[in-house]
Design a protein around this ligand. Structure first.
Ligand SMILES: [Zn+2]
Length: 272
């Protein structure tokens, strides 16, 4: 089935607001729905770049099965049925279209490197990508705003750009960087973009959203030319613990709220 302009198929209202990420009657359908919503929301917030970049989701079960966007479908037009189902070798098991080599190399390797990452979101979103263009520590997100602190101890930086990821080796090289720590969910790719991964669409999308906001705040602060005011380490640690404790519940509520707007008011103009 090809992409259409219809909004993603709506689930019952209680399936939105009460979704907790636990098992449902049909997890695959829910995963499809949420991933399609994530594409549309990411486009609303300007995280997309043309028809490039990919989001992927490893479906539950023993087999390697991934949902991923087909090449050529604009994120604003994504529907649950438009998503491709592929295996670990990139073979299309269902759906119309093809998946870019670089997409499957980056995404399959990322999922394999970290089993807790059910969802892998890769973008060239503007402010996070700006940091990947700065050399050395200047390219690292400092703890200078509370939003940045939610990413404390969760970020890895790949400092070498190796060209377009057109081989499994390059995908695995990038994925290795995010598997060196059990707490890494965010990977900055030098001269390229970011990979944000999580245990659910809601968790990963929440991080994607707030990562771009944190990077925007940092870039704006840099533009003043004034010295940065770094949060003391003990306060960073305390604040990070507060964030990490509440993030799953907050992420579910944030995503449900965004999704509800998308479904009930498809012409709503989101601001960022
Ligand atoms: Zn990319």
């Amino acid at each position: 089935m090809t992409a259409t302009t219809n909004i993603p198929a709506a689930l019952p209202a209680d399936g939105i607001s009460n979704h907790s990420g636990q098992s449902t009657e049909n997890n695959d359908d829910l995963d499809r729905d949420h991933l399609a919503c994530a594409f549309r929301l990411a486009e609303c917030f300007g995280f997309h770049e043309g028809i490039c970049n990919h989001f992927s989701l490893r479906l539950d079960g023993e087999e390697e099965r991934y949902l991923i966007n087909p090449y050529g479908t604009h994120w604003s037009q994504m529907t649950p049925d438009a998503l491709l189902l592929i295996d670990g070798d990139g073979n299309v098991l269902s759906g119309n279209g093809s998946v870019e080599d670089s997409a499957r190399y980056i995404h399959v390797a990322a999922h394999r490197a970290n089993r807790r990452h059910k969802v892998v979101l890769h973008t060239h979103m503007p402010f996070a990508t700006t940091l990947t263009m700065l050399d050395g520590d200047a390219g690292k997100l400092p703890m200078t705003h509370q939003t940045a602190v939610r990413f404390h101890d969760r970020v890895a930086y790949e400092s070498r750009f190796g060209g377009l990821a057109q081989s499994p080796d390059e995908g695995e090289r990038l994925a290795r960087k995010s598997s060196t720590s059990a707490t890494t969910d965010i990977l900055f790719l030098a001269n390229h973009g970011v990979v944000v991964s999580g245990e659910s669409v809601a968790m990963a999308f929440d991080d994607l959203y707030y990562l771009e906001r944190a990077c925007r705040q940092h870039v704006l602060a840099l533009q003043t030319g004034a010295p940065l005011k770094v949060i003391p380490d003990d306060v960073v640690k305390l604040t990070a613990e507060q964030f990490h404790r509440d993030m799953p519940a907050f992420a579910d509520q944030h995503f449900a709220a965004l999704r509800q707007v998308l479904l009930s008011h498809p012409d709503h103009h989101f601001t960022f």
